[in-house]
Every structure is written in structure tokens, then in C-alpha cells.
Design a protein around this ligand. Sequence first.
Ligand code: C2E
Ligand code: MG
Ligand code: MG
Length: 692
Amino acid sequence: MQSSYNPWLVAMSFVVASLASYTALDLTGRIYVLASPRLRQVWRMGGALALGVGIWSMHFVAMLAFSLPIPLGYDFADTAYSLALAIGASYLALCLTTHTQLTAARLVGGGAFMGLGIAGMHYSGMAALRMSPSISYRPAWFAASLAIAIGASSAALWMARALSNDDARHVLRKRFGAALVMAIAISGMHYVAMAAAEFAPGAICGAAAGVNAAWLATSVILFTFAILIVTLLLSRFDARTSFLVGAVSKLNGQIVRLATLDTLTGLPNRATLTERIERAIHAARRQRSLFAILFMDLDGFKTINDSLGHSAGDQVLAAFAQRLLICVRAGDTVARLGGDEFVVLSENLASRTDAAALAEGVLERMRRDTWADSQPLQVMPSIGIALFPEDGDSVDTLLKHADAAMYEAKRAGRSTYRFFERRMNEAATRTLQIQNALREALAERHFTLHFQPKFDGKSETLAGAEALIRLHHPQLGTLAPLEFIPIAERSGQIVQIGYWVLREACRQIRRWIAQGLPPIKVAINLSPRQLLQADLVPTMLDIVNAEGVRCEQIMFEITETVAMQDAARTIEMLREFQASGFEIAIDDFGTGYSSLAYLQRFRVKQLKIDRFFTNGLDAHGEEGSAIVSAIIALAHSLEMDVVAEGVETESQLHMLKAMRCDEMQGFLLGKPLTAEAFGDLLRGQTLTADAC
Ligand code: C2E
Ligand code: MG
Ligand code: MG
């Protein structure tokens, strides 16, 4: 029997196929990114409905475009059945392809379902014609239609998913192109399947009494368009809303992270720590249990930061944070308060011994272990411990007391731990007072210089002076440098104070010269922080030049411990000083661990024996004097002068003279004096020839 097609309806079937394909692509790309499983399910069902109707209607319209020389109609039940098949196949295909993991097996499975569904729909739609005799199919064309249906569906689903992973640019254009390809495949399948059908001559259509075909075609097309467009719009709208919801919740997450975590280390920050300690207080009260706050401050961190730069400092902090997490127990909280301050909150302890064991464990591992991180430096903390309930019952008090104990650990030589004791409170308050006093001291002229005389070992005549700083505060009284220099060192104020000391010493030298007194060599102490200043020597030189003093009249003292900390750098610095004409002394010799090789390379003018050894001359008998005479012999062999510090007794003076010590300094011979008093001393003395 000769068949024909209405070209308008064929074109329309293709448009419906394209729109259905586009909807399918849009949905498969979107459903799998939805976070809520419930929402995914709703969209799968809605999508399957729209997609099924779309594909079915493409076929139905294409069927309506088909005509035979006999009247045609469609059985309602069979037609409805073919629609249900289309929707069911779409649903299964969407389920399979919108899993977050789209494996190859799932893709082929989904494609096969959809392809068989489409084919089933087509052939049951054909059955709705109720032809008699029934339609026969050419096997090769029939098989080809099945293969096209399955192949096209798999390819379409794959395209849909690939496009959804694509970057946002041109995605609409690509999706549109893919929809056209898919529409060609679906239409191709239909028309191949139609070509497979053979209608027997004289056959009649058993469902011909049905409705008007043109009217049916228009309503099906309109209805399908409506469903597909509404689905698309809803999907777009929902995509926007879930995008916004996603963005807002992501932002919320970031805000929460910023507010609760430290950005550099990822550890809880101060706010979070405060909250956890508050919770710990409540829990410990209820259970009558004990917890500890371990306050940690890194030793020498400021030096690292100043000498290696801030980014190196940040790396050290991050590495320390990771190491600390490894050292503590699983349930402990490790937080960063800011700077180089960390806190560990350790709950449910049996006794204070547990806290001590924790601190010892941290120190031990930090000292001994090699770490997997890229940070080569060994970073040690000083640790202060406060316990709840005995050391305080509020977050502030506990942190303050742990901090005070940490300071005590620093004073005790660093890289150690201390438990809080009541007396430390006073020390902490005093530190705070001194910090405040230092802030105004330079501007308010609260500093003065005292000068302690140094005497020649042979002739006992004046050989020079050491400038020693004093802080006179209206409320705190006169403070000794041992109390305020470490605090100024920590805050960095020592740098400015150091320049003031040199300027003041120079001015005093000039005042003495103006009074007609002989020129005298003044020794000035340098502290570690000053030595890290890159422009230290040029600045010192500028000051001396500006004050009109000769460099030979100034000698700088560097303690042995500081000199040995970074001996290579010290040598560089010493060369710079010496090249400018300044002399150098190694102060407090014997308290650090000198390497003789370096000592030789320092090539300094003087070695000042620490007063511990001078004192040992009396206190440690023969052993004491053996050490001092060995130091003197060593210094002489390296062509250095020796100054004995802290000479307090006649017997010490006597022994030192016998050992041919070059110079003596101590309360026995002269205490640190005010500038006027030292001027008087100068006036009364006959200077030795090499005093200057
Ligand atoms: P230093 O450089 O070793 O200074 C000697 C200290 O020993 C001085 O203490 C001095 O008063 C004290 N002394 C001298 N003879 C005797 C004695 O016979 N017996 C006893 N028991 N002590 C004696 P002072 O003035 O308290 O200074 C302490 C330290 O503070 C100094 O040790 C020095 O390291 C530091 N310092 C002092 N002035 C300055 C300064 O201007 N800048 C810096 N960076 N540090 C300073
Ligand atoms: Mg000194
Ligand atoms: Mg000294």
C-alpha cells in the first residue's frame, strides 16, 4: 500500500523532538548536582513526565503526518499505553544517568532502557492503528531502528552529562547543537522504523473511527510544547535558586570559618578557645574534674621573623601548629591566640602530674623528633600551665595565669615549663607596669647613664668605663637594666634605646673633654635585637660622627651567648664594626658555649670574664683559680686583653693580678657612678698611657 507524509507535520515532529531533546539535556545536566536527594527525586519524576510526553508526541505527530490511501485512526488505550511506556523509559533513563557517579555501565544501561522504551513506544503506537491484516516489519530495518534508538539514546545521555561538566562558556550553544543531533537521531529512528513497516494491500485500520487528525495533531503539539517549556522554565528557575542557596551557604561556611578559625594555621582562634574553655569550666564543675591550660610562646620567634622575614615566620608558625597537634592527646584543643602564642586545653586530667607529663611530652618531642614538614628549623616553646579549679575559675583568669607562668618559664631559661604560682601574678603586673614605663621613658627623659670604671691590672689606674643604663620612673623608682632590658628586647624598643645610649655616651665624652678632662674609652652594651638591625653599624657611625667623637673612644660589648648564636653572622658584623674603627669586647665570657675556632676568628679586643668565675676564685678554691688562669692564658694566646668583671674582694684582686689579668672591674674598685661622680674620679686619676 502506498504511504505519504504531510511535510508540515514532519517538520513539526522534528521541532518537538528538538525541544524534547533540549529539555532532556538540561535536566540530566542539572539533576545530579542537586544536593538534596528528595529534590533530585522530584525533578526526576517531573523530568521523566516532560521528556516522555515530548518524545511520545514527536512520534505521535510524525504518525499523524503519515497517511495511507485508507482512513486512519488510533486506539485510545494503545496510544495511552505507548505514552506510559515513553514516560517510564524516560524515568528509568534519568535515574540511571543522574547518579553522581556515571559509570560506563550506567550510561550504556540508561541508553538501552531509553532506546528500548522509545522503540517500544513506537511499535505500540503503531499497534494502536489496529491494522487488519496486521503490519509486518522488515527484520533488517526493524533491527536498524532498535540499534539507532539505543545508540542515539546512549550518545544523547553521554552528551548531556559531558555538557553539564563543561565550563559555563558556550554551554547553551553546545547544548543546543547536541539537542539537534539527538532530535535527528530520534526522528531517524522513527522514520527508519516506519520504513520497516509493510502494510498489506487492502488492509484496513480498525481504529479509523477516531478523532479528526488535524485537530488531534494541533492539540498534541500545543500540549507538548506547553509541558516542555514549563519544565524548562521551572528547571532554569530552580537552577538559579539552588545556585543562590548554594552560594549563600558556601559564604556562610566561610564566614563561620573566619570567625572561628585562625586563617594561617587552621587552628581554633581566640573566640573559639574562649568558648571551649567556658564549656570545660561547666563540665569540670559538674563532674568535679580537673583541666589544664597550657600557654605556649615560641622561643626566639621574633628573631626568626626579623632576620628571615614574615613569610618564613608564617611557615614556622604553621609547621609548629601541625607538630603541636601531633604531640597532644586526641581530645585536647589546640588554638592559636595570635602572634607566636598557642594554647592547649587539656580536659579530664587525673592530677597536675598529667599536665606536667603533657608539657614534658611536647618539649621532648619538639626537641628530639624530626618532622615530615618542609620546615627545617627546630621550634621550641616555653610553656606556662594554669589548672582549673585551683588557679582560677574564669577564662580570663586562667589564660592570664597561664601566661604569667609562661613568662616565668622564659625567665627560667626558655624551652621549659612552669606551673602558675600566686607570686607570678605580681611579676606579671610588674612586667606590664614596666612596659608602660618604657613607652614614655625616651620622650620623658627617664633614662640616665651610669659609668662603671675599669682599672688597669698592673697599675690600678683608670683604663676606661662601661656605660650602664638606668630607668628612673616617677612611680616605680629606679630600675636596673636586668629588669627592663629583656622587656624592651621583647617589644623591640631596645633598638631606639640603644641609639639613645650611644648618643648620650658620646655627649658625655664631649662634656668631660669640654671640662678639660682627658679622653676616656667608653664601653657600650649591645643586645641581641640590636644586632639584627641591618643598618646597625652605619647608624652607629652616623651618631658618633654627628656627636663629634672619635670611633676609637667607643667599644661595643656583645655577650658570648649572643655572639655564638649565629657565629657566622657575628663575624660579618664584627668586621663591619672593626672596619669603622670601633673596638669589640666579648661580654660575660664563660656563660655561653664558645667554639674556640670562632673565638679566634672573632678577633676582638677584649674578653670579659663573667663575674661567676671571679667569684669562683674565692668560692671554688684551686679549681676556681685554675679555670680563670686558663681563660686568661687562652685569651692572651689569641692576642686578646682580659677584663675580670665583678671583682669584689682583695683576694680576688690579688689573684687576678698574679694571673696577669689586664683589667679589673668591680664594686671593690668602683661602683657604677653618675656622670658627674665619674667626672670627679677622672679628675683625681692619672690616666694610664693606653687608656685611650
Ligand atoms: P654587664 O654588661 O655584664 O654589666 C655589668 C653588670 O655587673 C652591671 O650591672 C654592674 O653594675 C654589675 N657589676 C659590676 N661590678 C660588680 C660587682 O663587683 N659585683 C656585682 N654583683 N655586680 C657588679 P647592671 O648595671 O645592673 O647591668 C646589668 C646588665 O644589663 C649588664 O651586664 C648588661 O648586660 C645590661 N645592660 C646595662 N646597660 C645596658 C645598655 O645600655 N644596653 C644594653 N643592651 N644592655 C645593658
Ligand atoms: Mg657589659
Ligand atoms: Mg658582663
